[in-house]
Design a protein around this ligand. Structure first.
Ligand code: UD1
Length: 359
């Protein structure tokens, strides 16, 4: 039996690990342990996802919580090291680019436990983003790198990562989407929010560069005030953004916007799949809207997921009010028929688990 520790920590990790953990458990040749670092801990940021994705309770919960980057990363490293020394798994598997991803990888690498990184090779080339640092460092110490799109292969080759450590498997986040889309469509979310299909805008915003910076946050919300005149805007608000609206006193700029608590996976998927437009600064939502063919304006200067712009429905618009509104006026007439990127077919987790079964 191969013993593999699958790590989750923050909201965008859960839907990536769920299909991998499920297939490992059912392989009867792998003994997977699910370890939750506790980076995200609120019910709406964590537990709801376990229930909706039908994931088992974590085998171990490290309970690290929030903190500065150094505090959070260090807390995960200390707790992860202790757990790994006790469990001595054959592999550690991490996904994405959050602090828990990097911290767990460092702890394992120093104990000579091989690390597999899912979603390797993505690069925004913007080191102001904490996630970019996490991506570069995790990839540099990983022993097996699973890639979602061609740019990931190209970046890893340029960085000199040997090709026998790299495997193009597709996108596990899309596996979860494919599995849950039908169930999501039966949710009553649109009725609850009092909106009609294709007649509302869905927005998410939580990047520190957008919401921790007052000037940028105001520019974005000014654009939102104009778009709101055409369509109702639903804004499930991340705890970080909520805190910053209060701290900066920006309540008047979200007047008339449907501010709601963070939504569960199914409700959000339902809203996203029927939206007229999505405004976001999230990484994963750029991919999900591409798969769904929903127009997406990404409120960032760059993306580590260029395939979503090259063949998908995504447009990068930055933070300037006029640029956001310019792209908004043009997007519906300019939108070409989007394509689904190669290997985003709902079978990425199978390819990953096959790798471990064939070691
Ligand atoms: C983290 C990830 C980011 C990801 C995002 C998804 C890093 C560096 N960032 O950002 O890549 O896109 O998760 O949500 O890992 N908080 C709560 N409840 C929670 C968790 C957090 O209230 O359950 C609040 C705390 O005030 C905390 C703040 O949100 O200080 C930020 O949380 P943190 O995990 O540091 O980063 P995120 O902004 O969530």
């Amino acid at each position: 039996m191969l013993k593999i520790v699958n790590v989750v920590g923050a909201r965008p990790n859960f839907m990536k690990v769920a299909p991998i953990h499920y297939l490992m458990k059912n392989s009867h040749k792998i003994n997977p342990l699910l370890v939750h670092t506790g980076q995200h801990y609120d019910e709406k940021m964590s537990k709801t996802f376990f229930i909706e994705l039908e994931m088992p309770e974590p085998d171990l919960y490290l309970g690290v919580g929030s903190g500065t980057h150094a505090q959070q990363t260090a807390a995960v490293m200390v707790a992860m090291e202790k757990m790994l020394q006790e469990e001595r798994p054959d592999w550690l598997l991490v996904v994405g680019d959050v602090n828990s991803t990097l911290a767990s990888s460092i702890a394992a690498a120093k104990l000579n436990i091989p690390v597999a990184h899912v979603e390797s090779g993505l690069r925004s080339f913007d080191r102001q983003m904490p996630e970019e640092i996490n991506r570069i460092l995790t990839d540099s110490i990983a022993d097996m790198l699973f890639v979602t799109e061609q740019s990931g292969l190209d970046n890893l080759e340029k960085e000199g990562i040997p090709s026998d450590k790299v495997c193009f498997v597709g996108n596990v986040m899309i596996d979860s989407l494919v599995q849950h889309l039908q169930k999501a469509s039966q949710e009553n979310t649109l009725k609850d929010m009092q909106v009609e299909p294709d007649q509302y805008v869905l927005m998410t915003l939580h990047r520190p560069s957008n919401v921790d910076n007052k000037e940028n946050f105001i520019k974005i919300l000014n654009a939102v005030q104009t778009i709101k005149k055409d369509y109702p805007i639903i804004f499930p608000i991340h705890p970080r953004s909520k805190k910053m609206i209060d701290e900066f006193g920006l309540q008047s700029l979200v007047d008339g916007v449907k501010l709601v608590e963070p939504l569960g996976y199914l409700a959000f998927l339902n809203l996203m799949s029927k939206a007229k437009l999505v405004l976001t600064d999230s990484g994963g939502i750029q991919e999900e809207t591409t798969y769904l063919g929903i127009p997406c304006l990404t409120i960032r200067e760059n993306t580590e997921r260029p395939v979503t712009v090259e063949i998908g429905t995504n447009r990068l618009v930055g933070v300037e009010t006029k640029d956001i509104l310019g792209a908004y006026s043009a997007i519906f007439s300019e939108l070409k028929k989007a394509q689904i990127p190669p290997l985003w077919d709902g079978k990425a987790a199978e390819r990953i688990v096959d790798f471990f079964l064939n070691i």
